[in-house]
Design a protein around this ligand. Structure first.
Ligand SMILES: [Zn+2]
Length: 352
């Protein structure tokens, strides 16, 4: 949720602006934030299980926290929910009416499968000109601060807008989190590497003598001498070696590849203890590395030009390694995944 921080500071700057353009008054403006969905209503669900109801609630709670910690509660902000509960739409708008809110912002996330429709959009009631103004400020801030493409202010006949149009009220589709592509899970990565070779050590089979014709690794005495028998001493261009049976290049050696899974040294044992077959597992719930217990690390796969048979031999399909989230390495890269379903779907649907 690191990106949320950015949203909040946009909010803070926006509110500062609004104090100028909005109602001049002796008391603070009353701001109603409405985190969409909640409880049994998850809203949109991202490819890796991210739920819209959690994203919106987290952002709302961070806005409250920042108002308290940075602005000493200067702004009078209320949320329509403070926990993972489902509040009816009429109760949300009733709160805004009772509190006589000066701004009402309903937080949502859009869902899409097409890169072409990425961007941020804001809805307002057709008759709420202040809402339109507010929406344009939000979009402009997002564009300038985060570079998010604006999809414009749109009119929406939503209940939360209809019943709050006595003040500037908007429904803000903050982010699309079903993207066309995502980082593979470790399981997805291994399946892609394995292709038609079920259970083999390497993507081409079990014959280690083929290594220099299949992948860019460290050949010779590690780490003293690299014979460059495979043609490269360091990184090589992609597609320098033959693809696997799925037509995927560089599934071994050259550069490591990020996956979306937490690196957790207990995870495989926990899975084995469950004694069940996992279908399309998403990895551990939390990071834990017994050798580096305070780090938050992700699994990386595939090995690199620095991998040697005498050391980690991580060009094996099954080999995982850990890298902390804030690391950048000369031998680490990534590839992305689009699920067949996402490609097939091929259209945008609102998460509202
Ligand atoms: Zn929504």
């Amino acid at each position: 949720m690191n990106r949320c921080w950015t949203y909040f500071f946009i909010w803070i700057s926006f509110f500062g602006f609004h104090l100028v353009f909005g109602q001049i008054r002796n008391r603070s403006p009353i701001i109603i934030i409405d985190p969409g969905h909640g409880g049994k209503d998850s809203g949109a669900v991202g490819v890796n299980g991210l739920k819209e109801k959690d994203v919106t609630l987290n952002i709302a709670m961070e806005i409250l926290r920042l108002n308290k910690e940075l602005l000493a509660d200067t702004l009078e902000i209320y949320s329509t929910r403070y926990s993972d509960t489902l509040i009816s739409l009429s109760h949300r708008t009733k709160l805004a009416q009772v509190l006589k809110g000066n701004i009402f912002v309903s937080l949502h996330c859009n869902q899409t499968s097409l890169a072409a429709v990425q961007g941020v959009e804001v809805y307002t009631s057709q008759f709420n000109k202040h809402g339109e103004f507010l929406g344009n400020i939000l979009l402009s801030e997002f564009n300038q601060t985060l570079g998010h493409k604006s999809r414009g202010v749109k009119y929406g006949n939503f209940q939360v807008l209809r019943e709050t149009d006595s003040c500037p009220s908007v429904l803000w589709e903050m982010v699309h989190f079903d993207r066309l592509i995502h980082l593979p899970t470790e399981a997805e990565w291994e399946r892609a590497a394995q292709s038609d070779h079920s259970g083999t050590v390497y993507f081409w089979g079990d014959d280690a003598s083929e290594l220099s014709t299949k992948a860019n690794t460290w050949e010779g005495e590690f780490p003293v001498t690299n014979t460059e028998a495979d043609g490269y001493g360091e990184r090589g261009p992609v597609k320098s070696y033959p693809p696997n049976d799925f037509g995927l290049y560089d599934m071994a050696g050259n550069v490591w590849e990020w996956t979306d899974d937490w690196y957790n040294t207990d995870y495989y044992n926990e899975v084995a203890d469950r004694n069940t077959i996992l279908k399309n597992p998403k990895g551990a719930d939390a990071p834990y590395n017994a050798r580096n217990p305070y780090a938050k690390e992700k699994v990386m796969k595939g090995g690199s030009f620095l991998c040697n048979a005498s050391y980690c031999a991580s060009y094996r399909i099954s080999a995982p390694m850990a890298t902390s989230l804030d690391s950048s390495l000369e031998h680490l890269g990534f590839r992305t995944v689009a699920t067949a379903d996402m490609v097939k779907k091929g259209s945008s649907s609102s998460g509202q």
